[in-house]
Design a protein around this ligand. Structure first.
Ligand code: SER
Length: 589
């Protein structure tokens, strides 16, 4: 059964069972700044899972385009992809575990639908923890359908819990369905969830019955929901008796084209992996560009896109592909999917242009960059400065430097790069602020309040999390502040609260905010943080908030902390490896 037929049958099955069929939402989340891409079909449905009324009713199904960068290191095996299509059915407070599982079983095993041999089906369930009990309810349903105990596995939260998509929101235990590929077990502990490829996960039924609150509690939801996700590529591969997703009809022409351009007929294991990576990355790039809104850049979605393209180009050049090739691959991707996703055809010109531009840009510096890389590492390591030069002068995404360092067994600490990056960002911020000099003086009062709050936040973070905290970026609109900082771990609800409390305490103390003009050296001697990339002797402003905070900064700030209002963190999330982002607002005190 081809992927297209699988999608058709799935939607037909759920339509027969009273579901309204929706189109795929955009890959770029419309109203949710917590994630860069739509990672699952449930993502655009969050408000409805929380109780808002959906215009199409309580039972929905669709096929959603998804991008997950979290799995990028696994890409190249037989099943992990950055871009994939996910079939899903939802109950917004309508049916629950019993119906969801029965329908999953029927669709998978009935001869009328997919007709998988029920004996190949293995099931995982949530084992329970302090927040939620073991999911014996779902177990009962599976047993009643004839799945024997030995093919039912209870796994911890890491495996069998889904959500929330952001920091807070709907979540719950899930039950995952695996097909036994018939491969030998890789060891005595081999079971569903093992990465060896024996068990292929194809479907996940999530029972969103909790809401995770900001203080880390799991409150039962009034409206119990179902969110399911079936991977199109993986299920099609299993239906077609293939060992991996790259062999199905929607991948094979892309893989063949990559092989053809690379001049590789019988790839060895390593080449196979790289061919798959290029196939995956250029397929994902084509779909991102098809949205018509994102171009390669050093920021957010644009950076992910750049990484995908540049990594592909690097491998392409490694194989000796002389001419531009990324657009040629995109052409195949477009041909395969244009009927289902008209945006591909519509934005064809844009997709080719952007790919060609990015490829040209990178090809121009890639050789020199690789030569430069060869010169480095004599002492067994790549420093943060080296990585930054590779990034800024040769366009190497830091992940590529990381990969090259690994290939050559050189030590590399990404944190050092991030420190360098911070210096650079601060520098360009000074540049930008200088350009708007004068303009800043009539920046809104709200802006000034948030700016002063940002300084308090910076200091409070250092107090609560430690002195390793460095500012990685800041962005203020009249509505909110956004602060990126270097930190390895997700903040705990308690740490978030401590930071909030500290900031609010300083606001309550009504501390005067004072400005001094000095040189950057003097400023640092006096312990000021911030902008340390200024030139020697350069005059800078230093803002001090009593004894609490001292930062080199261009302002504007309020005169007294009492003007700020009540400080509230609304989000804490990862933006990159080792970089966290806080969004906070001010409420009237
Ligand atoms: N949200 C779940 C997943 O992505 C089910 O759709 O696996």
């Amino acid at each position: 059964m081809k992927a297209k037929e699988l999608k058709k049958r799935y939607l037909e099955f759920f339509k027969e069972r009273g579901h309204a069929i929706m189109g795929s939402a955009s890959l770029i989340p419309e109203n949710d700044p917590t994630v860069l891409f739509t990672t699952a079909g449930m993502h655009p449905l969050v408000p409805f899972l929380l109780g808002e009324k959906h215009p199409l009713g309580k039972k929905l199904a669709n096929c959603q385009k998804c991008i997950r960068t979290g799995d990028i290191d696994d890409v190249g095996d037989g099943s992990h992809l950055t871009f994939f299509e996910m079939l899903g059915n939802w109950s917004l407070g309508d049916y629950f575990k019993e119906d969801a599982i029965r329908w999953s079983y029927e669709f998978l095993t009935s001869k009328k639908w997919l007709g998988f041999d029920p004996k190949k089906l293995h099931i995982t369930l949530f084992a329970g923890n302090k927040d939620a009990p073991k999911d014996t309810e779902s177990e009962k349903v599976w047993l009643s359908l004839g799945i024997p105990e030995e093919r039912i596995y209870f796994l911890p939260k890491d495996d069998n819990w889904w959500g929330p998509a952001g920091e807070t929101g709907p979540c719950g235990p899930d039950t995952e369905m695996f097909i036994d590929t018939g491969k030998k077990k890789c060891g005595p502990d081999c079971k569903p969830g093992c990465r060896c490829g024996k068990y292929f996960e194809i479907w996940n039924d999530v029972f969103m019955q909790y809401n995770k609150t900001k203080d880390g509690k799991y409150e039962p939801l009034k409206q119990k929901n179902v969110d399911t996700g079936m991977g199109v590529e993986r299920t099609a591969a299993m239906m077609q008796g293939k060992k991996d997703v790259y062999e199905i009809e929607t991948f094979k022409p892309i893989v063949d084209k990559v092989k053809d351009l690379a001049g590789i007929k019988n790839p060895d294991e390593k080449q196979t992996k790289l061919i798959r990576v290029v196939t995956d990355h250029l397929r994902a790039s084509t779909f991102i560009l098809a949205e018509g809104r994102i171009v390669p850049s050093n920021l957010d979605q644009g950076y992910v896109l750049r990484r995908f393209i540049r990594r592909s180009v690097r491998y392409g050049k490694l194989w000796g592909i002389k001419d531009s090739f990324t657009a040629k691959i995109a052409e195949i991707v477009i041909d395969i999917h244009k009927d289902e996703y008209p945006e591909l055809e519509k934005n064809k010109g844009f997709i080719f242009d952007e790919l060609n531009k990015e490829e040209d840009k990178f090809v121009k510096v890639l050789d020199q960059g690789l030569k430069q890389f060869e010169k480095l590492g004599n002492d067994g390591r790549i420093s943060g400065k080296d990585a930054f030069v590779l990034f800024s002068s040769y366009g190497f995404p830091v992940e590529m430097t990381e990969e090259l360092a690994k290939e050559k067994s050189l030590k590399f600490d990404k944190k050092e790069f991030e420190e360098e990056f911070e210096k650079h960002q601060q520098l360009s911020r000074v540049g930008a602020e200088k350009k708007f000099k004068g303009g800043l003086s009539d920046a809104s009062y709200e802006n000034a309040k948030l700016h002063t709050a940002t300084h308090l936040l910076h200091k409070a973070l250092r107090e609560v999390l430690g002195d390793h905290i460095k500012q990685m970026g800041s962005n203020i609109t009249p509505e909110r502040l956004r602060f990126d900082f270097s930190h390895d771990k997700k903040m705990t609800p308690d740490e978030i609260k401590q930071v909030e409390d500290k900031v609010n305490e300083k606001i309550k103390e009504s501390i005067k905010v004072e400005k001094d003009e000095t040189t950057v050296e003097e400023a640092h001697k006096s312990g000021a943080v911030g902008l340390f990339a200024n030139r020697y002797g350069e005059k800078v402003s230093v803002y001090t908030i009593g004894k609490y905070s001292k930062e080199i900064c261009m302002g504007p700030h309020v005169k007294n902390t009492s003007e700020i209002g009540r400080f509230k963190i609304i989000k804490e999330e990862a933006v990159a490896a080792g970089v966290r982002r806080i969004k906070a607002v001010l409420e009237k005190s």
